[in-house]
Design a protein around this ligand. Structure first.
Ligand SMILES: [Zn+2]
Length: 325
């Protein structure tokens, strides 16, 4: 959720080094589901041993915030941005600059990324456990930190990176969309898009199910589940599917309007921030549960799938996960 967390992090590092200088710093960006909120959501969703959980959840170094770092930050689909839309009954003279189909294309691209990450995580998990179902100690060792650079290393780091990069957009979706929102007072429009006020997780983020389907089939199914009034915000200078969004004039905006990246954001009132973070955590819990089910289904021999789950959730799995527990 949490764009601009790179910038925010630099600021806070500076502030940490020089507490008295804080007032000289420019105000931090207000548009980040900050790394800290990502961490809270991820920790609320997973009951893993401490070092394993920190490797996934940490606000600065965890796999879940890797999508907010470097060039990844600028790719709108990694944050479920630029799926903005406003139905004609809410627009006055001119039609909204984007169609419902264009918004769906952005959202489906966001979902597609998570589907690909889940498939890769399942493949990498194979390296955690030997054919007899024994955890391979060196492949699950967290003695030195994982690096999230898309290069294959220890199997546990590989799996965590794929899961983290795939779950980040799902956390962002709740902060960046109007799925669980209520609109503000006053007329509905680009400055105050409708809120869908949903209280459950989104059915079109069924990543495990889609990972077993052909692209054409799951995209059709998912598109059919996307409500007409769903929107995420337009993010200027972010790359969306094939184009760079130069300007968001006349569109529902991420920065000014729709984000709930912090409690102070304009759209965070009415309990909107709270609901977004709660549903994000519920969804990550669902994603993890679905991933474990996929491991067990994919690797049934010698209890390998169960051993992979044990290796991911335990800090010293070679000790904690003896074969035939
Ligand atoms: Zn993000």
């Amino acid at each position: 959720m949490m764009h601009a967390s790179v910038h925010a992090r630099r600021l806070s590092a500076t502030a940490f080094a020089c507490g008295a200088c804080l007032i000289l710093l420019p105000p931090g960006p207000a548009q980040a589901f900050s790394g800290g909120n990502h961490e809270k959501i991820t920790r609320a969703a997973l009951t893993w041993e401490p070092r394993s959980l920190t490797a996934m959840a940490d606000s600065r170094d965890g796999a879940i915030v890797a999508d907010d770092q470097g060039d990844y930050f600028k790719l709108g689909i990694l944050h479920c941005d630029n799926a903005d839309f406003l139905a004609s009954r809410f627009t006055s003279a001119s039609a909204y600059p984007r169609t419902r189909d264009e918004a769906n294309t952005e959202l489906l691209a966001c979902i597609r990324g998570s589907v690909a990450r889940l498939r890769a995580a399942v493949r990498y998990a194979d390296g955690l456990v030997d054919p007899q179902g024994r955890v391979i100690a060196r492949q699950s060792d967290l003695g030195s930190p994982c690096t999230w650079n898309e290069r294959a290393g220890r199997a546990k780091c590989n799996v965590l990176e794929q899961l983290g990069r795939g779950w980040h957009p799902i956390e962002d979706f709740y902060s960046h969309s109007n799925w669980s929102d209520q609109a503000g007072a006053g007329p509905i429009g680009t400055d105050n898009p409708p809120g869908l006020n949903r209280t459950g997780i989104a059915p079109f983020l069924d990543i495990r199910r889609y990972s077993s389907m052909k692209d054409a089939d799951w995209t059709k199914e998912a598109a059919g589940l996307i409500p007409e009034d769903l929107a995420t915000g337009c993010y200027p200078d972010f790359e969306s599917t094939g184009v760079k969004t130069a300007d968001c004039t006349g569109r529902v905006e991420h920065n000014r309007t729709l984000n709930k990246d912090t409690e102070a954001a304009r759209r965070s009132g009415h309990g909107n921030f709270q609901r977004a973070t709660e549903l994000a955590a519920q969804d990550i819990a669902r994603q993890w549960k679905d991933f474990t089910a996929e491991l067990i289904a994919t690797y049934p021999d010698n209890g390998r799938g169960e051993q992979m789950i044990c290796a991911l959730t335990h800090d010293t799995p070679a000790l904690s996960c003896p074969r035939g527990r």
